[in-house]
Design a protein. Structure first.
Length: 189
């Protein structure tokens, strides 16, 4: 009987199920006034830094901390901050957090950035990252920094649309990789 129910769900309700699974990756707490926005690294399209800059321009935060992993030619912020400035945002809105090369996961990023925030007496942030990354990133930031209030704000990412991710290759890859990382984070690996 259970197999018949599973088969029926797969046959008739796979689109709503896939959409629900895609939307489970996205956390949107809605913007609110806080001490700073934190943009996580890995922003290949500039959507995260632009979203954070828009939030700053709207008065939700006084400035944007750009989490900057090491890249081939410097740090990611060396490209993202000028990109945001080219899009009309003042350079004075941004401050880079330069990550050492050994910071190579969201878990390590959450710990390092959390220490930076604590040292700078920042207790409440808007965490801005790609939509598919918001749930896991916010969960890890809260877990690694229990005294920090984390408000997740998604930036739309061209590689993922939660309601139809299965219809294009980048959506499929993003969905599978993020769910794998989410499960790994929950079990502690």
């Amino acid at each position: 009987m259970a197999l018949i129910v599973i088969a029926a769900v797969c046959l008739f309700a796979w689109k709503p199920l896939f959409s629900w699974l895609g939307n489970r990756l996205v956390e949107n707490d809605g913007p609110q006034k806080v001490q700073a926005a934190v943009v996580l690294g890995g922003d290949a399209y500039g959507v995260r830094v632009i979203k954070a800059a828009q939030l700053a321009q709207a008065g939700y935060v006084p400035y944007v901390l750009v989490d900057a992993p090491k890249s081939l030619l410097g740090h990611e912020s060396d490209e993202l901050i000028p990109y945001a400035v080219q899009h009309g945002f003042a350079a004075s809105l941004f401050r880079p957090i330069l990550l050492p090369p050994e910071i190579n996961s969201t878990r390590a990023e959450a710990k390092f950035v959390g220490e930076y925030l604590k040292k700078n007496r920042i207790t409440k942030i808007l965490l801005v990252t790609s939509s598919y990354h918001t749930h896991r990133a916010a969960w890890l930031f809260r877990k690694m920094n229990p005294a920090l209030t984390v408000i997740a704000v998604p930036a739309p990412d061209p590689d993922f649309r939660p309601d139809d991710w299965w219809t294009f290759r980048d959506g499929q890859k993003t969905f599978l990789l993020e769910w794998t990382k989410t499960i790994a984070s929950y079990i502690g690996i």
